[in-house]
Write a protein that binds this ligand. Structure first.
Ligand code: GRF
Length: 214
């Protein structure tokens, strides 16, 4: 079997992006393997998906910690122990502290359901519809201390339809998130395997073009 980059995935909910990564990792040639799934919610459906796939899981309930820093310190220790090289945020509904992000430089990926820098934060689809945009999509990016503002790895676009609701738009975007995440992780993991500098600006087009929907 070829060498693979160890990845941890952080979730809070349904875990369909996690599932897309689990499915991608099945291919023997895929350059990453998921060694750990962490959820801050005990009832996250994604935990069941991970168990089904035989992946080690951990629940770290943030309500048991008196501060964000305490939670992040524990999380960082658990990630270090897993020997992961990359951390994939997949619907992880916690803001990570600056010290956490600095402990994992160029190592944390996040999927966001809008074409950043438009609509960072929450309620993205509601805001996209209110703004009347005709194109939306998703962004895979590296995580920095600034929310949803790190270097973009790739984007995928979808049309916004006249009769869209936040739900219908979210569903259309989510399908693209799954493809983008699997492709983007492949790109980053391959770079690490080849000891190349992780600077994705030149590769960005390759990922994006292959995902343009219309
Ligand atoms: C996705 O839309 C992701 O972009 C956002 O939360 C949603 C999580 O979906 N941050 P899932 O848990 O991967 O199904």
């Amino acid at each position: 079997m070829s060498k693979k980059i160890k990845v941890a995935v952080l979730i809070s909910g349904n875990g369909t992006n996690l599932q897309a990564l689990i499915d991608a990792c099945i291919a023997p040639s895929y350059p990453a393997e998921i060694v750990l799934v962490v959820s801050n919610k005990a009832n996250a459906k994604g935990i069941l998906r991970a168990r089904e796939a035989g992946i080690t899981t951990r629940i770290i309930d943030h309500t048991n910690y008196s501060s964000r820093e305490d939670f992040d310190t524990e999380l960082s220790m658990i990630l270090s122990n897993s020997k992961c090289k990359l951390v994939c945020l997949a619907g992880f509904m916690r803001i990570l502290s600056e010290s956490f992000v600095n402990t994992w430089p160029n190592s944390i990926l996040n999927i966001h359901p809008s074409l950043l820098p438009s609509f960072p934060g929450t309620k993205t689809h509601e805001r996209a519809l209110e703004a009347g945009v005709k194109v939306s999509g998703c962004t895979l990016h590296f995580v920095t201390a600034e929310l949803d503002a790190g270097p973009i790895i790739g984007q995928a676009a979808v049309p916004v339809l006249d009769n869209d609701t936040p739900k219908t738009l979210a569903n259309r975007v989510l399908i693209e998130e799954h493809k983008l995440y699997a492709l983007g992780l492949e790109l980053v993991a391959n770079k690490i395997l080849k000891n190349e500098k992780v600077d994705l600006r030149r590769e960005q087009d390759t990922v994006s073009k292959s995902l343009l929907n219309f």
